[in-house]
Design a protein. Structure first.
Lengths: 240, 239
């Protein structure tokens, strides 16, 4: 499966922009996660890269795990994709540059988690929800994912509404509740442009990337400890 | 070095007021940390404690200049001294108020937040976790303190990861500081003392205050407790 069918990578000034391609739901399976991780690794290796933006084409940012694919082997595949996402979260936490999620469309379940794993989140105002659909779909939330939600949605009432009640949160609501930094009017390209502008501003600070990564791990240590053995720097990487 | 070149101590009613003296940055060197700890220990019998400072700075953090010249094996005395001071504040049998009279950066910011209440000068001065700009890691103990006292994800991201300079008004808005006080250093100190006097007037059992405080901030207490004045001798690391 060609990586370009799954995500593209471009440089805009100092910003490394990853776009999940196509009009589909960008459901997370090992192939897509692997492609994204390759793109993130490319950002890390790219000389002069100062910040990362993760965006998507179409109506969806990411609608969660590829459950249709997982149903092919329920006992093994859900565990496999969970482990793969764990690795991607580790890579994002360890990334030596600021990260911005451009939530250009619906971000549901694991897709919502993926957005929250970034330092800054901008979201399309006119369309799209954050939606932790697990409770509605009858899917459990496992340890590191729960930690991600606890760290990034610390307010008890908001966490209860998002995770336990499966509330669909618009950008305006998410900003009001402090989960999303900015609601952006317009279309997908406007959201991406806003994210890139913020990312460029962060890159312009000229911070030492290794320090950014270390401070990020110090800010979210419980989450880092739960994912670090799955990241690209892990000494003996668990078999995925 | 005379301790009162570094900080003074006075009683105002039931309030034990400690002031970091002089117009400098009140960098937390082992000597200053030791002087503050002595001043804190002298609070026995008071109803509440206030920590304030003269001049433009509350405290601008660790004494990096000292660290650059001191032999490596002594560096732990600064980190250990800071932990010890925080341990003393956490187990202090009376309410504590930080009067952030000026800039509070890095360890200075953490020291302010280690108090139960924080009042801050409205017109001048920032809370500032400067590490990301300086290109240095945040010391583990400082990060623990900041995490417990700044639970909100956005606030934590902005303070730690972006190194935002937060004015008093901004810090109050975000729930990090209790009150912004107009005027000069003296006005901030007076407001802190008034707040401390009110807390002292509640007549709480000091030992209970200390136990409840440790129960509310267990993670930072856990990382500090072996350094404090009451730590059993065997556990106390050699400083």
């Amino acid at each position: 499966m060609a990586t370009g069918d799954l995500c593209t990578v471009e440089r805009r000034g100092r910003v490394h922009l990853i776009t999940l391609t196509g009009a589909g739901e960008h459901r997370l399976n090992p192939a897509l996660i692997s492609a994204i991780r390759s793109a993130v690794a490319a950002a890390r290796a790219s000389p002069g890269a100062g910040a990362l933006v993760m965006a998507a084409e179409g109506k969806f940012f990411c609608n969660g795990y590829d459950l249709a694919w997982a149903r092919g082997d329920p006992s093994g595949r859900i565990a496999a994709v969970r482990a793969a996402l764990r690795g991607l979260v580790a890579d994002l936490l360890a990334l030596p540059m600021p990260t911005v999620a451009a939530v250009t469309g619906h971000a549901a379940a694991a897709g919502c988690g993926l957005a929250l794993a970034h330092d800054t989140v901008v979201m399309r105002a006119s369309r799209g929800f954050l939606y932790m659909g697990e409770v509605d779909a009858g899917i459990k939330i496992i340890d590191y994912f729960g930690e991600l939600l606890r760290q990034k949605v610390p307010d008890a009432a908001t966490r209860r509404d998002l995770v336990m009640k499966g509330e669909k949160m618009t950008a305006a609501e998410a900003v009001r509740r402090g989960i999303v930094d900015l609601a952006v009017d317009g279309g997908v390209d406007d959201v991406v442009a806003a994210a890139v502008t913020i990312a460029e501003g962060l890159a312009a600070r000229g911070w030492d990337g290794e320090i950014v990564a270390e401070i990020r791990k110090a800010a979210w240590p419980e989450l880092w400890s739960k994912v670090k053995d799955y990241g690209c720097d892990a000494p003996s990487r668990p078999r995925l | 070095m005379e301790p009162n070149n570094l900080c003074t101590v006075e009683r105002r009613g039931r309030v034990h007021l400690i002031t970091l003296t002089g117009a400098g940055e009140h960098r937390l060197s082992p000597a200053l940390l030791s002087a503050i700890r002595s001043a804190v220990a002298a609070s026995a019998g008071a109803g509440a404690l206030v920590l304030s400072a003269e001049g433009k700075f509350f405290s601008n953090g660790f004494d990096q200049a000292w660290a650059r010249t001191a032999p490596l094996h002594l560096h732990s005395t600064m980190d250990g001294g800071f932990r010890a001071l925080v341990a003393d504040l956490l187990e202090l049998p009376m309410p504590t108020v930080a009067a952030v009279t000026g800039h509070a950066a890095a360890a200075g910011c953490a020291l302010a937040l280690a108090h139960d209440s924080v009042v801050m000068r409205g017109s001048r001065g920032f809370l500032f976790m400067s590490e990301v700009h300086a290109g240095i890691k945040i010391v583990d103990f400082l990060a623990e303190l900041m995490r417990e006292k700044v639970p909100d994800a956005v606030n934590r991201r902005d303070l730690l990861l972006r190194g935002d300079k937060m004015s008093a008004a901004e810090a109050v808005r975000r729930g990090i500081v209790d009150k912004a006080i107009d005027g000069g250093v003296e006005d901030v100190v007076n407001a802190a003392v008034a707040e401390a006097e009110k807390l002292a007037a509640r007549g709480w059992d000091g030992e209970v205050v200390a136990e409840i405080r440790k129960a509310v901030w267990p993670k930072v207490w856990d990382k500090a407790k072996d350094y404090g004045a009451d730590a059993p001798a065997a556990a106390r690391p050699r400083l």
